[in-house]
Design a protein around this ligand. Structure first.
Ligand code: SF4
Ligand code: SF4
Ligand code: SF4
Length: 377
């Protein structure tokens, strides 16, 4: 691929045809802040945080949506750029219920504001994503708070109806990442932008709650949301990033082998996210992988094999006893009715290697082709 040259922050760098300024900068180790940009999806330039100054351009340009060009001279942190970013951040913070430590900390009505937000949230803590929020991170980086502009309220109430996801429209910055995650990454097409201007809102068809829509609760939108507008219901206000450790693992639900981060606090999983840039899922997860971890702590989990007695009752048994019994029954059936009287169904949660061994056992040892794999449920 042909390499071209451009200048970023006074440094000569190379880029390839088709790269945006943002991609060219990233490829050369130069960081440009983003909010709406979602890797691998169509750039929208919606938030304008990634603006840069380009020599001879009349206005600041969104680096995520502007193609790099040979000979281009770009400044990513010039005074003009920083001023624009600070203004955007201040406007975002002054709209809605941003009650973390960064927002309005010097306001005279700080306590009143907190009480107002907490009443709506049903919790007496600071924002549930405090410490895990891109807007808050950038507000610290650019040293802004929400004091400069009049605070505006959203008219949309929080959506608590869904079993797994809480939608808090008061903290939505309308970046559109959730829409892209749903429509372009997972291709579920459950949500889009609705209404106009100040009234704009992310909606499911007919402006219904997610539970009443085409949403499949994959949670991709929650993972993509850079603020506290979409939050996992189960872990809301129960975890804080500085208290949790991240452990990488493979999803136990099916043979695809999606890579996950388990967020573990006090020895318990509090949420699960996909590992970005890791095969095979590249950060995506389905509803089971993302939300289906409660069974680990279920009192009803089987911890030892159970054998059904003649009476129909189950009794606990050792693995040796249970496996010997299965082997004896198999031998009996084959002796009486031949190998085709046996059939095996491999578990969907098994890894591919185990499923391979299962079919080998049936085909090569028992001499029957009666082997299948149950559907991924
Ligand atoms: S969403 Fe982010 S900026 Fe808003 S209150 Fe929560 S942590 Fe603060
Ligand atoms: S949970 Fe999945 S399907 Fe539902 S809105 Fe979010 S991304 Fe779309
Ligand atoms: S819900 Fe989150 S991801 Fe979606 S537009 Fe609002 S802030 Fe952006």
């Amino acid at each position: 691929m042909t390499e071209h040259r451009m200048v970023i922050n006074g440094r000569g760098v190379t880029f390839t045809q088709g790269q945006t300024i943002l991609e060219a900068a990233e490829a050369n180790g130069i960081s440009i802040p983003t909010l709406c940009h979602l890797k691998g999806t169509t750039p929208t330039g919606a938030c304008r945080i990634c603006v840069v100054e380009v020599e001879r351009a009349r206005t600041l340009l969104a680096s995520c949506a502007t193609p790099a060009a040979p000979g281009m001279v770009v400044q990513t942190e010039s005074p003009k750029v920083v001023h624009a970013r600070r203004t955007i951040l201040e406007l975002l913070l002054s709209s809605g219920n941003h009650n973390c430590a960064i927002s309005g900390a010097s306001k005279g009505n700080w306590t009143e504001f907190q009480q107002h937000v907490q009443a709506g949230d049903g919790a007496d803590e600071l924002c549930p994503v405090w410490g895990d929020c891109r807007l808050q991170e950038l507000a610290y980086q650019y040293q802004v708070n929400a004091d400069r502009y009049i605070h505006t309220e959203t008219e949309y109430p929080m959506e608590m109806k869904n079993p797994l996801i809480v939608r808090d429209f008061s903290r939505c910055i309308r970046c559109g990442r959730c829409v892209q995650a749903c429509n372009e990454v997972q291709v579920n097409r459950a949500i889009s932008f609705g209404y106009r201007g100040d009234a704009s809102k992310i909606v499911a068809a007919g402006d219904r709650a997610l539970i009443d829509s085409d949403c499949v609760f994959c949670g991709e939108c929650v993972q993509a949301c850079p603020v506290g507008a979409l939050v996992e219901k189960k872990s809301r206000y129960t975890w804080r990033p500085w208290k949790a450790e991240k452990i990488r693992t493979t999803c136990p639900y099916c043979g695809v082998g999606c890579q996950q981060w388990l967020h573990v606090q006090d020895g318990k999983i509090v949420k699960v996210t996909g590992v970005e840039d890791a095969e095979p899922n590249k950060g995506r997860l389905c509803v089971k992988g993302r939300f289906g971890y409660d069974f680990i702590y279920s009192e009803d989990r089987l911890k030892t094999p159970l054998i059904r007695e003649e009476s129909g009752e189950f009794r606990e048994a050792s693995w040796d006893e249970a496996l010997d019994m299965v082997a004896d029954k198999f031998r009996e059936i084959i002796a009486e009715s031949g190998p085709d009287a046996l059939a095996g169904v491999s578990c969907a949660r098994s890894i591919n290697e185990d499923s391979y061994q299962m079919q080998k056992l049936f085909r090569a040892v028992f001499k029957t082709n009666n082997i299948d794999h149950c559907a991924r449920t």
